[in-house]
Design a protein around this ligand. Sequence first.
Ligand code: CO
Length: 211
Amino acid sequence: MKELDPLLASNKQWAADIKAQDPTFFEKLSAQQTPEYLWIGCADSRVPANEIVDLLPGELFVHRNIANCVVHTDLNCLSVIYYAVRVLKVKHIIVCGHYGCGGVQAALTDQQFGLADHWIRNIRDVYSHHFTDLENISDKEHKVDRLCELNVIQQMLNVAHLPVIQNAWADGQDISVNGWIYSIKDGLLKKLSKPIFHAEQIAPEYRVKTG
Ligand code: CO
């Protein structure tokens, strides 16, 4: 596995550089993590969470999957959210999509993608929900990008609807749920919607009795 040697060499250099700047960095980090933010983003290799917001290890709790979906039966994502909110007590959750997302493009075609179809179905549902608006967009790239935005907004709502978030709000935890989108073309992030930070901002049919 000689091809992987450069990665291990880079890691040595990276750790040495950080230590040179702050000799106790890893010592402090190994004692505890106190991130203020939970990032839910796409697994796309071009959207590395820490780098694009210039945060160090320890500052961002991260969950990534295809097309940054928050599915209410996905034990993996739900466990990350639960741990971030109830144990780490993060203050902000950022659902971050990106323009030109492959998962979103897949949902706009009739092609099959094997097992991934079941995941892409979540995005297909967002497409179906906004079908008329999206069909009125003739430019293909623009249509993909609009669905990328609509998907972020839906996934952000999916976070806010979770009982774990509603319970945390009821217990007085300040948590904002945010929807952002990243452009691979210029490296810039954009806010897509106002943050959600209390239960009254969510539709009554998703509200649960707390306390
Ligand atoms: Co993507």
